[in-house]
Design a protein around this ligand. Structure first.
Ligand SMILES: [Zn+2]
Length: 354
């Protein structure tokens, strides 16, 4: 077994997800990839533990600079859609932010440089970026129709080769802080503004999923003109991106206290039935602050294709009302989940209970 001493851990990929050996080739290339995700190194490596995914990498680097080994260097990882490249290459997945340029953090950059220096020293080669597959620094985009490693890393390939080679030559290179796009202004909200939103765009592995729900946080970054220009941070961790529409249609005030009227029920009533399960509505349902038609409308809803985890229900006004604690406000939420029959059974549910 061999992997870099710079790796803090070895989280092996599923045996389904890489090739034994390197087909007789020796290591003479490095191929940096972008995760299209801000996963930790460990999360990325674990994603390659899923059997049948048919993808892996020799290393994963997180935004905090952590390096995790995933496929033993003696083996060919399945990363770059090219047999000859990956047989000869140490492949590295690197976490990036969720911007159009897929920028990587300064810590991830420094970890990448260090890992490249270590690999080049051990296998005895230098980084040569030729812009095509003949060089010793290659990119996924040279082999298939992909943006990988993303515009940012792509633009940094010559710099990566230069820094790594300088280190191999014994030159002291100050740790680089790769330039990141300056924080643009010109959007409605600015950095550090506390917000609530009902829309969160999360782009992992290019899935570009947009979730509807109920989140609060602080704007951590603004990308002017982006579809989802605001990065939402919670406790210092980016949870996704949102836009003006998502923020404006969310009526509650961060840190605001719940309105104390009979149309709000935050406590557990005596007729509450505890049940932890997930509800998948097949129609659009309003989320209220009390289990009654008179309960305050939060302005949010769940609809077909979404799901909610609830912790119990009551039967009132001819309906079953499921309930849960809002993750963002800590308040109890209520939503109709079906019509009761004359015997009080939920024979006409508004979706699936799992
Ligand atoms: Zn890639």
């Amino acid at each position: 077994m061999s992997y870099s001493r710079l790796a803090s851990k070895y989280i092996p990929a599923s045996a389904d997800n890489y090739m034994r050996g390197r087909g007789g080739y020796k290591v003479c290339k490095i191929t940096p990839h972008h995760m299209a995700c801000q996963w930790s190194a460990e999360t990325c490596a674990r994603s390659f533990q899923v059997a049948g995914r048919e993808a892996s990498a020799n290393y994963c680097i997180g935004s905090d600079g952590t390096i995790v080994a995933n496929v033993d260097e003696e083996n060919r990882a399945w990363t770059s859609s090219n047999y000859y490249n990956d047989c000869q290459s140490i492949t590295i997945e690197i976490a990036n932010d969720n911007t159009d340029t897929w920028t990587i953090s300064p810590k991830a950059w420094n970890a990448l440089v260090n890992l490249c220096v270590d690999v080049c020293k051990r296998y005895g080669f230098r980084l040569n970026y030729t812009g095509n597959a003949n060089g010793s620094l290659t990119e996924h985009r040279m082999f298939t129709a992909t943006a990988c490693p993303g515009p940012y890393l792509h633009s940094k390939m010559p710099q990566l080769a230069q820094e790594v080679n300088a280190r191999l030559d014994g030159q002291t290179v100050a740790p680089t802080q790769p330039s990141s796009p300056s924080t643009p202004s010109g959007e409605k909200y600015s950095v550090s503004t506390p917000i609530c939103t009902n829309t969160l765009s999360v782009n992992c592995y290019g899935t570009g999923k947009v979730y509807k729900g109920d989140w609060n946080g602080t704007i951590g970054r603004v990308i002017k003109g982006a579809k989802y220009p605001y990065r939402v941070d919670r406790n210092g961790v980016a949870i996704g991106w949102t836009n003006d529409t998502g923020i404006d249609t969310d009526p509650h005030i961060p840190g605001g206290s719940a309105q104390s009227t009979p149309t709000v029920l935050n406590s557990i009533p005596s007729d509450f039935n505890r049940e932890s399960a997930t509800f998948y509505p097949n129609i659009t349902l309003k989320i209220r602050k009390a289990p009654t038609e008179k309960g305050i409308d939060t302005g949010f809803y769940y609809s077909n294709g979404m799901s909610v985890q609830y912790d119990g229900y009551v039967k009132r006004e001819g309906f079953v009302w499921i309930s849960w604690i809002s993750a963002s406000t800590g308040e109890r939420r209520w939503m109709k989940a079906g019509v009761l029959n004359s015997k009080g059974y939920n024979t006409n549910p508004y979706g699936r209970f799992v």
